[in-house]
Design a protein around this ligand. Structure first.
Ligand code: INI
Length: 174
């Protein structure tokens, strides 16, 4: 599997840590160096276009967009947050490629540091796991048209069978 990461340089004190944890998640899952491409952009606002262009290459199984937006004294924060989220969701839906949203939107630097801890609670690591899961799910669902891909039951009834496998990953007979 191949992964692309677009990462904002703005607030790089935080985004570098998110990036390191996302790469760590890929490496722990067995990804080689050359399976992960990292593309820096100036700020969070530039993430959607870069992600869209990476998606268009057809080279990747999933992307991660990494950024950190900190609230300031003006409404700039709101525009950057909403347009970044909207742009990334548009890029994801237009391309059909999973684009994991790893953009911290925090009131304070302390809040951001809490979410970019290298030892615990790093959103970059979570984003790496989400990218792997969505890449695998996309491969599984590729080519399927119609029909139930989620088995009857579901979380509410205690069954967690999804796409022919139970929660432990064992194949389900159908
Ligand atoms: N970009 C960020 O990634 N985080 C911020 O906190 C931020 N603030 O606060 O302004 C920010 N602004 C820059 C923006 O993303 C664009 O790079 C810039 O507007 C040029 O388009």
């Amino acid at each position: 599997m191949r992964f692309g990461i677009v990462v904002s340089r703005f607030n790089n004190f935080i985004t570098d840590r998110l990036l390191a944890a996302a790469v760590d998640a890929f490496e722990r899952a067995g990804a080689a160096n050359e399976d992960v491409d990292v593309v820096p952009v100036p700020g969070a606002f530039e993430l959607p276009l870069a992600a869209k262009k990476l998606a268009a290459t057809g080279r990747y199984d999933a992307l991660i967009a990494i950024g950190c937006v900190l609230r300031g004294a003006t409404s700039h924060y709101d525009y950057v947050c909403s347009e970044t989220a909207r742009g990334l969701q548009l890029a994801q839906m237009d391309s059909g490629l999973p684009i994991i949203f790893c953009v911290l939107t925090c009131d304070t630097l302390e809040q951001a540091i809490d979410r970019a801890g290298l030892k615990s609670g790093n959103k970059g690591f979570e984003a790496g796991l989400a990218a792997i899961e969505m890449a695998q799910l996309s491969r599984k669902l590729r080519g399927k048209s119609g029909g139930a891909v989620v088995a009857s039951g579901g979380a509410a009834s205690g069954s967690k069978r999804v796409a022919g496998r139970d929660a432990a990953g064992k194949s389900r007979r159908s």
